[in-house]
Design a protein around this ligand. Structure first.
Ligand SMILES: Nc1ncnc2c1ncn2[C@@H]1O[C@H](COP(=O)(O)OP(=O)(O)OP(=O)(O)O)[C@@H](O)[C@H]1O
Ligand SMILES: [Mg+2]
Length: 157
């Protein structure tokens, strides 16, 4: 009698999007759909969408790759953490600049990533050109999955 084995591997998602800023809401929508398809996935939704949006926008705005090179996004939930990856074919690197002046309108996206991600980093793409920026998102504290609701912060008296 054959032995049935359940292979326990994380549910992963990957796709490639046009390298334009208009693709950012689409990237976030893919993440929402991915998280909606798993038990208690909502715990990662708010921070995950925010970080994905910043990393995706950076890949579009700062990559020096030809504009027809697509931006790849990858998601996985592994050991209670959401892992996000954004791949681009450019040569530059994320540059965290905490010493920016208060007048600077830019340079805040990665500060946000650094604040909200549990860990993040940048790696060369295996066997390919370019790199990917990754971030690990911890489940939101105080999240309640009772009827898939959230713990409200707003208190009305
Ligand atoms: N994928 C990337 N490829 C190349 N350079 C990057 C990439 N992501 C970030 N960088 C570099 O890191 C810098 C800081 O990124 P950050 O997101 O903090 O600021 P910004 O994108 O310039 O402005 P903001 O996000 O506040 O609109 C960028 O200005 C850019 O030089
Ligand atoms: Mg940015």
């Amino acid at each position: 009698m054959p032995v049935l084995r359940t292979v326990r591997r994380p549910r992963e998602f990957a796709t490639r999007l046009d390298s334009r800023i208009e693709s950012t809401p689409l990237a976030r929508a893919f993440l929402r759909a991915y998280l909606a398809g798993m038990a208690r996935g909502e715990r990662y939704a708010d921070i995950g969408e925010l970080l994905l949006g910043e990393l995706f926008a950076n890949a579009v705005q700062h990559s020096d790759a030809p504009p027809d090179r697509l931006v790849e996004i990858r998601f996985a939930v592994v050991t209670d953490r959401l892992r996000l990856e954004v791949h681009d074919a450019g040569t530059g690197h994320p540059d965290l600049r905490p010493s920016r002046s208060p007048e600077d309108e830019h340079g805040r996206g990665l500060l946000l990533v650094d604040e909200l991600a549990e860990r993040w980093g940048c790696c060369p793409r295996a066997g390919g050109i370019g790199k990917f920026v990754w971030a690990l998102v911890a489940p939101a504290p105080g999240f309640t999955d009772l009827a898939f609701g959230r713990t409200p912060k707003l208190i009305t008296v």
